[in-house]
Design a protein around this ligand. Structure first.
Ligand code: SAM
Length: 245
């Protein structure tokens, strides 16, 4: 692609992901995406694997899986591609610029099945999506239906000091002023949801360290009399395997 034309197109798009498109062109995403990849605990090489990236948005993780040798990658999304910012233009632009063969499928998580996703997948990435769903257990069951081996789940967690399975419920805009955020399970609740939905061997590979949670809470803006970031809030990455029948 002509770098000047690409630069003009990139500047006309509202980006979520920060993607290096080559020729010194990096998409100006709000998210510092490359810094989040190492937290996923994935091997350097994904050679030969089939990968499904659910909630792919601009596609950083799909393109990275392809770059790391995945044999087939499907990027699935719906909400952001249809309703946010400049929709799917970011994904399509990066796809063209990278010469990617990632397949795009516009499908809601709740409609996922081997038919709608185009099969089942060795590795399913479900990153930053769970807390946006009103019914997380049903969503995880749909995710299980398209997972043949391993799930990598990244999500917001809350109530991190509570030992029993529990989840914070955000009926309005309590979490970061975003009305599409519904649930903040703690880790025992997340493990329970995964088990109920058909996954096994759940393992935490990352959780926001306490000192970071403390820094976030102390430095937090106060919104409507409440801190935006709380000590009980964090992010986690969990690996799990599809339970064999
Ligand atoms: C916070 S973004 C995370 C994007 C990307 N996975 C990442 O980690 O950077 C949430 C994504 O979930 C998608 N999403 C939310 N609800 C969805 C639904 N019901 N079905 C499919 N995707 C959904 C949004 O469209 C958006 O792409």
């Amino acid at each position: 692609m002509n770098p000047d034309a690409l630069r003009t197109e990139v500047n006309d798009i509202v980006w979520w992901h920060t993607i290096d498109l080559g020729n010194g062109i990096i998409t100006p995403g709000r998210d510092e995406t490359p810094a989040r990849w190492p937290l996923l605990g994935l091997p350097e090489s994904l050679a030969g694997l089939s990968v499904l990236d659910i909630g792919a948005w601009d596609g950083f993780y799909s393109f990275e899986a392809e770059r790391r040798g995945a044999a087939r990658v499907v990027a699935a999304d719906e909400f952001a591609w249809q309703q946010l910012g400049t929709g799917r233009r970011g994904f399509d632009c990066a796809h063209r610029a990278l010469g990617s063969e990632v397949e795009a499928r516009e499908v809601d998580v709740l409609d996922l099945s081997p038919e709608t996703a185009g099969g089942t997948f060795d590795l399913v990435l479900f990153l930053g999506v769970l807390y946006h769903l009103r019914d997380p257990i049903t969503a995880l069951e749909r995710v299980a239906s398209v997972t043949s081996d391993r799930l990598v789940l990244e999500t917001h967690v809350d109530l991190l000091g509570v030992r029993e399975p529990a989840a914070a419920f955000y009926p309005d805009k309590e979490l970061y002023g975003d009305a599409t955020n519904w649930w903040g399970p703690n880790l025992p609740a997340l493990f329970g949801m995964l088990e109920v939905a058909g996954f096994a061997d759940a393992t935490v590979v990352h959780v926001t360290p306490r000192r970071q949670r403390l820094r976030n809470a102390v430095g937090s803006r106060i919104v409507k009399g409440r801190p935006r970031h709380r000590y009980s809030h964090g992010r986690t990455v969990v690996h799990a395997r599809r339970r064999k029948p």
